[in-house]
Design a protein around this ligand. Structure first.
Ligand SMILES: N=c1c2ncn([C@@H]3O[C@H](COP(=O)(O)OP(=O)(O)OP(=O)(O)O)[C@@H](O)[C@H]3O)c2ncn1[C@@H]1O[C@H](COP(=O)(O)O)[C@@H](O)[C@H]1O
Length: 117
């Protein structure tokens, strides 16, 4: 899907998904019987952190195979589980987007060199 075909600005999609995930928290009454996210959040960090590891590995395998559809699908799975983790820790995709915005235009090589000083 190209940028032009996206149904809404990407940040809106992430924010809307995060809004849904917040309703799945145990404190918000998330129901493990009807929601995958609620089940994952109720099981605690070990459960969703393990999923992040699995999805990252699946993305690596998809990338090695070089099939674009699978790379996109596995990346979506990985992003979703990262959003579940952010939800647990009371963070939002906007926090990550702000960090990426802060880094915009900053060379990765310069940033790494600055870290060493
Ligand atoms: N974007 C997603 C999303 N991406 C992936 N997944 C789920 O992530 C799970 C993990 O994928 P796997 O390939 O590992 O499948 P699996 O072997 O069945 O997983 P496990 O049983 O081993 O955990 C699958 O059940 C997928 O359906 C998602 N589940 C939900 N969402 C979004 O979250 C919203 C809320 O979902 P619920 O909380 O389930 O209502 C949905 O409306 C969607 O917008």
């Amino acid at each position: 899907m190209t940028q032009a075909n996206l149904p809404a600005p990407a940040a809106d999609i992430l924010a809307r998904l995060a809004d849904v995930l917040e309703t799945r928290r145990p404190q918000a009454g998330g129901d493990s019987q009807t929601s995958y996210t609620a089940k994952l959040l109720a099981r605690g960090p070990d459960a969703f952190l393990k999923k992040i590891g699995e999805e990252a590995t699946e993305l690596v395998m998809a990338a090695k195979d070089g099939v674009p559809e699978r790379i996109v699908s596995e990346t979506a799975d990985l992003w979703f589980h990262c959003l579940v983790a952010l939800t647990h820790y009371g963070l939002r995709p906007e926090d990550v987007l702000a960090e990426l915005a802060r880094r915009e235009g900053m060379s990765g090589l310069e940033e790494k060199a600055a870290r060493k000083q």
